[in-house]
Design a protein around this ligand. Structure first.
Ligand code: DOR
Ligand code: ZN
Length: 441
């Protein structure tokens, strides 16, 4: 296939070049390529040609929660959002904590996924050795220092330290850094009012809890010399601590979600449980700090965590935490780029280049010869409004309904095959493949 007349966008800049794919790979990038006999030609005049986005943080609920998402609906939503690779979190039912659950989930993903995928393993106080033994088969290990959806949790020093020291040091350990003891304390303080719909989740799970857990994780990472990736960093203080640790040589990287870039605690007050997520939507000051310190963010991941409207309609205390987002990340960031808040290059660095580097996805990560032909064609001029009806997630809602977007995803290719075209997923269930891991750095 030959994609002609488009503007290729990468982490290093924009270039008007043609791109040729063959047998799932990018094989040629140059000016003025001429079609070969019988070759399919895509005219990308006026379009931007982006590498497929890599979302290293999704919760697809398969198995155990398939009434709200499964590998088919979740990866279709990803594809429609220009995300051609996802890494799925382990807090499914059962949680992925060992060989048996990993094999079960791998079979489900292989049968249903329409984008490429990798799986996380979840840390428990008991699975230190087993987790380390499975490291080569997973994208990373996820460790919850504070409880959230599901039962995965490691709070005691001994298993925490043993996971940090035993899981292969060059493989990412991804931490949900909220401190359980302080969550319990502030949660108990808030309980008398927590039936009120106006409960401020940011006060129930305050920034201090994130700061305590992060400090603990950084100290242990420094001592053990291992790699550490902090999921959903939400506050100025956390970004400062991470920067300081990086300067001291701690092998830490961090993620921010579009939720925390685009929404605040005021939105949670207004949207009620639809804005309830762990860690919570923060103050306007913290949200602005994420943009001001954008350079220090390594990856943007969605934390796509679908729950049904029925589940969200329960009282605050019972309603599950989590917000869908895999389909809206690229549109929101494209729109931010069109407003001059960020450059597309900086977005691609955080949504493609760095995720591939950090998670060792060496066949992904750039529009370059030899890489998988994961390609997104964008019309930068087209405008539209996000609606719940456009969402392909089974949960059927988005907190961004009503948001005006400039920049539209026209076509998405996964390893050279057209999977999505203007509103319609045409990819076949099971066409997504497990990613290949090489040494990450
Ligand atoms: O709000 C959240 N929802 N935070 C998490 O850590 C998990 C996620 C979920 O799976 O629903
Ligand atoms: Zn998550």
């Amino acid at each position: 296939m030959l994609i002609r007349n488009g503007v290729l966008v990468g982490a290093e800049g924009q270039r008007r070049l043609d791109l040729r794919t063959r047998a799932e790979k990018i094989v040629e990038i140059a000016e003025g390529l001429t079609p070969e006999p019988g070759e399919e030609v895509v005219d990308a005049s006026g379009l931007l040609v982006l590498p497929g986005f890599i979302d290293t943080h999704v919760h697809f609920r398969d198995p155990g929660g398939t009434h709200k998402e499964d590998f088919l609906s979740g990866t279709q939503a990803a594809l429609a959002g220009g995300v051609t690779t996802i890494l799925d979190m382990p807090n499914t039912q059962p949680a992925v904590t060992g060989r048996e659950q990993l094999n079960e989930k791998a079979a489900l993903a292989a049968a249903k996924a329409v984008v490429d995928y990798g799986l996380y393993l979840g840390a428990t106080p008991e699975n230190v050795e087993e987790a380390a033994g499975l490291a080569n088969e997973v994208a990373a290990m996820k460790l919850y220092m504070g409880s959230s959806t599901g039962s995965l949790l490691v709070t005691e020093f001994a298993p925490l330290y043993r996971h940090f020291s035993t899981f292969p040091h060059d493989k990412p350990l991804v931490v949900h850094a909220e401190d359980e003891q302080s969550l319990q304390y502030f949660g108990a303080l808030a309980r008398p009012q927590s039936l009120a719909s106006s409960t401020n989740h940011n006060q129930v799970r305050p920034p201090l809890s994130a700061q305590i857990a992060l400090s603990r994780a950084l100290a242990i990472a420094e001592k053990t010399g291992r790699r550490l990736h902090i999921a959903h960093t939400t506050t100025q203080r956390e970004l400062e601590l991470i920067q300081e640790a990086k300067q001291k040589g701690v092998r830490v990287t961090c993620e921010v979600t579009p939720l925390h870039l685009f929404l605040t605690e005021e939105d949670q007050q207004q949207k009620g449980n639809l804005g309830k997520v762990n860690p919570p939507l923060r103050s306007r000051e913290d949200q602005q700090a994420l943009w001001r310190l954008f350079d220090s963010i390594d990856t943007i991941g969605t934390d796509h965590a679908p729950h049904t409207l029925e589940e969200k309609r329960q009282p605050y205390a019972q309603a599950p935490s989590g917000i869908p987002g895999v389909q809206t990340m690229l549109p929101l960031l494209l729109n931010a780029a069109s407003q001059g808040r960020v450059t597309l290059q900086a977005v691609i660095e955080r949504c493609v280049t760095n995720p591939a580097r950090i998670f060792g996805l060496s066949t992904k990560g750039a529009l370059e010869i030899g890489k998988d032909a994961d390609i997104v064609l964008i019309d930068p001029q087209k405008e539209y409004v996000i609606t719940n009806e456009q969402m392909l997630s089974k949960c059927g809602w988005t907190p961004f309904a009503g948001t005006h977007i400039k920049g539209m995803i026209e076509q998405v290719y996964v390893r050279g095959a057209l999977g999505y075209v203007r509103g319609t997923c045409i990819a076949r269930a099971g066409s997504g493949k497990s990613v290949v891991y090489t040494q990450s750095c």
